[in-house]
Design a protein around this ligand. Structure first.
Ligand SMILES: *Cc1c(COP(=O)(O)O)cnc(C)c1O
Length: 326
């Protein structure tokens, strides 16, 4: 039915908001002054925050902060252009080399954020005629990137490998390429994906596995290297994606993969090509944070140990990550 012509943009927005409010779906930003440790101030109250992703407190680390300030003093606050134009600061290569080495991948590409990484990587790798299989609890940006790609998207029940196999049996043959997507550590439930099993299933069906390790890097796996490193040997995950905005305490997204895949992503991912590179201070902060992590690998075990102390005190099951859903 055509809307009456007198409805203004504001009328429309307000009516939508009212409907969302009525369903308790309206969101509001609350001013929160986050400080050292887990302390936050809200409405004049000093609170202990249990919902922050700065797992290692590296955003407040003196060495990390100094690196950001020094790079900003030297190179300025912004990178000035897309990395493909004039924004490819030498710090990017250093950051990418460190990440690739840590993740035991040939190469790495850094994006403006984790969200932008997924919006760029997925449509670069698959398109109409291809198939994406995603865990039902995958992060919103894996699903947004999937939708944008034009590939057929099938959702499997959370961590249900039998369901994944049955969807592969049903749909794999009709598709040219197939991408399997999952969070390495699930952002809301805190459990881990069975990445070794998934890698084996993917190989058997000629599918490509991509893990989003936003909540894995710095806190799980051997020396905090993430969900691909939770077993005895590294799981065969060809696409290790993640963010620098959580345990790394800075900002930005990354993909660690083979040289060919990274070169293709640099050539085709629209969120890399048409978006300004990270500020030099942010790249420098991420490099310094990775150095702190690598120099103190035991430090990475602490968030899970603290989460375990918490769950034991409350008689909850042992956690697989620092995330404890209540
Ligand atoms: C936070 C998060 C992202 C987004 O990363 P940003 O760098 O904050 O944009 C992507 N995936 C998962 C699983 C996340 O938890």
């Amino acid at each position: 039915m055509a809307k009456p012509p007198e409805e203004t943009l504001d009328d429309y927005a307000q009516a939508k908001l009212d409907a969302l409010e009525a369903q308790a779906l309206r969101r509001r930003l609350v001013e929160t002054d986050r400080r050292e440790g887990a302390i936050a101030y809200r409405d004049g109250r000093r609170l202990v925050s249990f919902c922050c992703n700065d797992y290692l407190n590296l955003s407040q680390n003196q060495t990390v902060k100094r690196a950001a300030v020094e790079a900003t003093e030297k190179y300025g606050t912004g990178s000035g252009a897309s990395r493909l134009v004039s924004g490819n600061h030498p710090l990017f290569r250093t950051l990418e080399t460190r990440l690739a080495g840590w993740k035991q991948a040939e190469d790495c590409v850094v994006f403006g954020s984790g969200y932008m990484a997924n919006m760029g990587i997925i449509p670069t790798l698959v398109r109409e005629g291809d198939l994406i299989l995603a865990d039902e609890l995958s992060h919103a940006c894996l699903l947004s990137g999937s939708k944008l790609s034009g590939a057929r998207v099938e959702i499997f029940r959370h961590n249900d490998m039998a369901h994944l196999e049955s969807l592969l049996a049903e749909h794999r043959d009709a598709a040219e390429h197939c991408l399997i997507l999952t969070d390495g550590i699930f952002s809301m439930d805190g459990d881990a994906a069975p990445v070794e099993t998934m890698a084996e299933i993917a190989a058997r069906h000629h599918a490509w596995l991509m893990t989003d390790d936003a909540h894995g890097i710095g806190v799980v796996g051997h020396e905090g290297r993430g969900s691909s490193f939770m077993g005895k040997t590294k799981a065969a995950v060809p696409l290790q994606m993640g963010t620098l905005s959580k345990a790394v305490g800075a900002y930005g997204g990354y993909l660690c993969a083979s040289r060919a895949v990274c070169d293709l992503v640099r050539t085709r991912a629209r969120t890399l090509i048409y978006s300004t590179g990270l500020p030099p201070g942010t790249a420098a902060a991420a490099i310094a944070a990775l150095d702190v992590i690598r120099a103190n690998p035991d430090y990475c075990r602490r968030p899970v140990e603290k989460a375990r102390a918490f769950t034991r005190a409350l008689n909850l099951p042992d956690p697989e990550s620092p995330i404890v859903p209540l």
